[in-house]
Design a protein around this ligand. Sequence first.
Ligand code: AMP
Length: 118
Amino acid sequence: MSIEDNPTIFGMILRGEIPSDTVWEDEHCIAFRDINPAAPVHILIIPRKLIPTINDVSDDDKFLLGHMVTVARDIAAAENVGDDGYRLVFNCNRDGGQTVYHIHMHLIAGRGLSWPPG
Ligand code: AMP
């Protein structure tokens, strides 16, 4: 599916139709601050390619998913939260709490995070 066909709010961000507080951009993904942050640092890393849920990830996407993790590592360092720590989360479908059907990795940091999640 091309970027033009992406019907989600993240598709609108990728097309520049709505603004975002972008902290990273490369050929594979972008990252921007969550509009409703759950912690002092809450950044979403999303692929340019539309993949609705983690269930839809294919073997061809292995590089992309690994790349998103290395981007998260670099953003965590840039945000000065690498040493204190952070959480990377993909929510999937209803029980996972997914609300936007374009996969996104949450990078959450800046306070102690409880476990298990609610
Ligand atoms: P999820 O519930 O895992 O699908 O996460 C979706 C996230 O997208 C939520 O944390 C929202 O606050 C965030 N979000 C929704 N719309 C926007 C937006 N326009 N800009 C930034 N973050 C957004």
